[in-house]
Every structure is written in structure tokens, then in C-alpha cells.
Design a protein around this ligand. Structure first.
Ligand code: ADP
Length: 274
């Protein structure tokens, strides 16, 4: 049989290092428990958020059954099912994105990321939504800027800001995406003329699943995860995210990331995204 030595042997080995080691071990356990609590909380929130669209789709399917003889009602229910299932797939995608970000941050080997490509992909992602609301997306600023980091994560962050700007804007307005360098930092600003954010809510919008008065914009079908992804990307890249907003006038989100200077010349530009 394997014998585990008497406890005092362990004490004897730890003793020369003093109480600091014990303290470090206790702190480690506390941190582990906190991480575990945050994870449990996250899983509980995700399950709760998933239940809403799943429940709605089920009810709508039942209603469709009952309205089988009424083509107008069937079409209305089908449209709402499409809307709910889109919301569901966005939610699943963002949960995957967020958990992946949390799993492997900071990026192991950051590479120089060209912002021009980031802005192009980010604006393309919202092109269809913008088009259907006649929202004009304009890009301007400095060409040729680079930041160090993960292209996928930075693109996800900017795409979330542009998607929000489009979602919370009235039809026939403009969303402006600008890039510029200032003091060794790169700033990417997304400016909209949308509904804005009440002052008292501004501190909370970066929390996971937090949405300003969901009834105010139920039709956008958001998940409340987009800005927590942006905040996470900013933090893991040594940057930050700031917001200015006035209700009824619009919002400006500015993501700041450390500039990667490649020595290549940069040029200014202004373009309407098709
Ligand atoms: P959502 O999926 O609901 O858009 P986010 O985390 O991206 O979740 O944003 C959190 C909340 O912040 C949104 O529900 C919305 O109320 C508010 N918000 C975010 N961006 C804007 C914006 N550009 N204009 C107005 N409100 C915004």
C-alpha cells in the first residue's frame, strides 16, 4: 500500500518559505473560485437568454398549426419565426466568440493588422442591414494604419460597433467610420445619428447581456453581448473603448489600440461604402 507521509513532513517543507507561499496558495484558490463563479453565472445567463427565442419559436410553430387555413396569419408567424431564429443564431455565434476570446487571450503571437482591411470587412458585414434602412456608411481617415494583435478579434470588435450603429439608427441617416493615428495610438471611431443612450445607462452597456430598455428596440433583436466582446478585445490588446452619446442625437464609440508603425507612408481618404 502507498503511504502518505505524516502531515508534519509537509509542514517542514513549507516552513522555510514562510507564510507567503501559503498565502499565495489561498489567493490562488480564491481566484479559481471567483473564475468558477463567473463561469457559472455566464452559463446561467446564456441558458436564460436561449430560452426566450426557443420558447417564442415553439409558440409561433403552434400558432402556425392552428392558423393553417389562414395564409396571411401563416406568413406573419413565419416572418416572426425567421426573426427569432436569426436572433438565436446571432446569440449562439456571439457566445462562441466571447468564450473563445476569453479562452485564448491575449493573442499568442500578435501580428501587424491592417486597419483598412478591418474596416472593409466590418462595414461589409453590415451592408445588407444598412441598405435595407437606406443608411449610408461612410469611411474616412488615414489609409495604411496598422495595429498589433489578432485580426479576427479586432475585426469582430469593429464589426460589432458598426452593426450597433446601423441597428440603433433611424432610416436615411449616415454612419461614419474614421481611423486616425494620435500619440502612438490608433483610434477607430464609429459615429451614428441614431437614438443615443440615456446618460444613466452608459456605464452599464458594456456588461454582458445588458440592453438599454429592450422594449425600446425589440425589433433589432440584439443579444446584449456585442459591446462586451468589444470591451474584451480592447482590454486584451492594451487599448480601450470610449463612448459619447446624446439621446435622440446619436453616439460615437471610439476604440483605441496601440499603433504598429511600419514606416510606410499613410494617406487620408473619404469614401462612401457601396
Ligand atoms: P445588443 O446586441 O443589444 O446591441 P450590445 O452589447 O452591442 O448588445 O449593446 C448593449 C446595449 O447598448 C444595446 O442593447 C443598446 O441599448 C445600447 N447601444 C449599443 N450601441 C448603441 C448605439 N450605437 N446607439 C444606441 N444604443 C446603443
Amino acid at each position: 500500500a502507498r503511504s502518505i507521509g505524516p502531515a508534519r513532513h509537509v509542514t517542514a517543507r513549507v516552513a522555510p518559505l514562510g507564510s507567503r507561499l501559503v498565502l499565495a496558495l489561498v489567493e490562488d484558490r480564491t481566484r479559481e473560485r471567483r473564475v468558477e463563479a463567473v463561469r457559472r453565472d455566464f452559463v446561467a445567463n446564456v441558458s436564460h437568454e436561449l430560452k426566450t427565442p426557443v420558447g417564442a419559436i415553439r409558440l409561433l410553430a403552434e400558432a402556425t398549426h392552428e392558423a393553417a387555413e389562414d395564409p396571411v396569419a401563416v406568413k406573419r408567424f413565419a416572418d416572426r419565426m425567421l426573426h427569432e431564429s436569426d436572433r438565436l443564431s446571432r446569440l449562439v455565434q456571439q457566445v462562441i466568440e466571447l468564450s473563445r476570446l476569453q479562452g485564448d487571450d491575449p493573442p499568442d503571437s500578435p501580428i501587424p493588422v491592417a486597419l483598412d482591411a478591418v474596416v472593409e470587412i466590418a462595414t461589409d458585414t453590415s451592408a445588407i442591414d444598412a441598405g435595407s434602412k437606406h443608411i449610408n456608411i461612410v469611411t474616412s481617415g488615414t489609409h495604411g494604419l496598422k495595429v498589433l494583435g489578432s485580426e479576427e478579434q479586432i475585426t469582430a470588435a469593429v464589426a460589432n460597433l458598426v452593426a450597433n450603429a446601423v441597428a440603433y439608427s433611424e432610416p436615411d441617416s449616415t454612419v461614419l467610420v474614421t481611423t486616425r493615428e494620435s500619440d502612438g495610438q490608433v483610434e477607430i471611431s464609429v459615429v451614428d445619428q441614431g437614438i443615443g443612450i440615456p446618460n444613466k445607462e452608459i456605464d452599464r452597456i458594456f456588461e454582458r447581456f445588458y440592453r438599454v430598455d429592450p422594449a425600446r428596440h425589440r425589433s433589432t433583436g440584439g443579444t446584449g453581448l456585442g459591446l462586451s466582446i468589444v470591451k474584451h478585445v480592447a482590454a486584451t490588446h492594451g487599448g480601450d473603448i470610449r463612448v459619447w452619446s446624446a439621446e435622440g442625437q446619436g453616439s460615437t464609440f471610439t476604440l483605441t489600440l496601440p499603433h504598429h508603425s511600419s514606416g510606410a507612408p499613410s494617406t487620408t481618404y473619404q469614401e462612401d461604402r457601396p
